[in-house]
Design a protein around this ligand. Structure first.
Ligand code: CTP
Length: 400
């Protein structure tokens, strides 16, 4: 969520400023780029040296810097650089100036110039926090479109106990992450993805399986998660392990286990995409002991596995259901009949005739067919980019 984001932190002159060292560290650990602007008074509570060391950037405080080699610290440039501007601690004095449009320091001038989302974390003693002028200022700042990270209750620097403590750095990070997540296009959706191969046991040692790597399904899970969805990834035996706050992985081995896990969550999902290469057949009987070599040609009787996607098509109520079709001939006709027979909304067709498409590759070439007879053909791309095309097509179809 925060990785690669440009975070501008504005620090004003309150005792809670000493906690900003932790805030900067947490943002850096999350992969963000951090720059700090300090008001002159804040330097009594935390030094620019501490903040520049932790943020790995110069700290800005005055409009001009370095007397020997003067340069202009451009408030407009700083404001444009930021994806997010977090003013913490935000003292009563700064909040009041922000309300009035006063810009007698670099932080305030940058605030007035900023186009990105501004968050502010008030910090003051309990009676200051409750004063009608503070209440009015906080209300006005929220009306301006700024987001308040509410002060917390607890022991204050004065020794009094009450509301007014700046939110703890870890709570500021969680607040910002939750706010960013809530603005993503799939933030209110739960998505089920099946991925990887399945292994159907012959005996305790051997199995029937296939060459699926699980890459396509895992890229889909990551793409949905990055767009804010809560993702349940039912993953067959695969080396892939997509780590993301929004992804819950349920590891399975056989088609039967994949069916059980998928159907147990199906009802609670809004979007379901079956990217797994499920084995179509399994041994009729799994041998309890290892099969021993013997003369002649061994025979393994097979039976069909349960069709997970078809079963979900039957159980479907309001879910948007998507399947894959891997074909070698008569591709469009075969994919269309799977779309219809399995009661799908979309089907993603891969043809093994296309070089670089299908199993165990880092690329894929797809055609998407919809139940409303739309057909979209895509070029050969990385599975990462293919996942983005698929998820965007699903979003367009849902909105249509
Ligand atoms: N699928 C499934 N359960 C199965 C078999 C397939 O959920 N037991 C899903 C796959 O995840 C895929 C779609 O069904 O989304 C198509 O699978 P595919 O094997 O290509 O087609 P089948 O319908 O099994 O038909 P065939 O193998 O004859 O082409």
């Amino acid at each position: 969520m925060l990785s690669g984001k440009n975070i501008l932190i504005g620090i004003t002159g309150g005792i809670a400023a000493y906690k900003i060292a932790h805030l900067v560290r947490e943002f850096i650990k999350s992969g963000s780029n951090v720059k700090c602007i300090q008001t002159p008074n804040s330097k009594s509570f935390i030094t620019p040296l501490t903040l520049s060391t932790l943020s790995k950037n110069k700290v800005y405080s005055e409009f001009t810097s370095d007397e020997k080699n003067p340069s202009w610290n451009d408030h407009v440039k700083l404001a444009l650089w930021a994806d997010l501007f977090i003013i913490a601690p935000a003292t009563a004095n700064t909040l009041s100036k922000m309300c009035q449009g006063v810009c007698d320091n670099l932080l305030l001038a940058t605030y007035l110039s900023s186009k990105c989302q501004v968050y502010f974390a008030p910090a003051m003693d309990l009676d200051m926090y409750k004063h009608p002028s503070s209440i009015q200022n906080l209300k006005k700042l929220k009306q301006f479109g700024n987001i308040m990270i509410p002060a917390e209750h607890g022991e204050l620097a004065s020794g009094l106990v009450g509301e007014g403590r700046m939110a703890e750095p870890k709570n500021i990070i969680e607040f910002v992450k939750a706010d960013l997540a809530s603005k993503l296009p799939l933030s209110d959706k739960t998505v089920l993805v099946t991925a990887g191969p399945t292994y159907e046991a012959i005996d305790p040692v051997r199995f029937i399986g296939n060459r699926s790597s699980g890459k396509m399904g895992c890229e889909l899970a990551l793409n949905f998660a990055n767009k804010g969805a809560k993702v349940i990834l039912v993953l067959g035996p695969s080396y892939q392990n997509p780590i993301h706050d929004h992804i819950t992985i349920k590891r399975v081995e056989s088609a039967k286990e994949m069916h059980l896990e998928s159907l147990s969550v199906f009802e609670s999902c809004h979007i379901v995409i079956a990217a797994a290469a499920v084995a179509d057949y399994k041994p009729l009987n799994k041998l309890a002991q290892k099969y021993k070599k013997e003369s002649g040609t061994p025979k393994i009787a097979l039976q069909k596995t349960i069709d997970i996607l078809a079963d979900m098509g039957t159980a479907k109520k309001n879910q948007f259901l998507v399947g894959f079709a891997l074909e070698t001939n008569n591709e469009i006709v075969n994919a269309k009949s799977k779309l219809r027979e399995k009661n799908l909304d979309l089907i993603i067709l891969n043809s093994l005739k296309d070089e670089g498409a299908g199993f165990d590759t880092d690329t894929n070439k797809i055609t998407i067919l919809s139940k409303r007879n739309k057909m979209l053909r895509f070029e050969l791309k990385s599975k990462h980019d293919v996942a983005n095309d698929i998820v965007n097509t699903i979003l367009n179809e849902i909105d249509a």
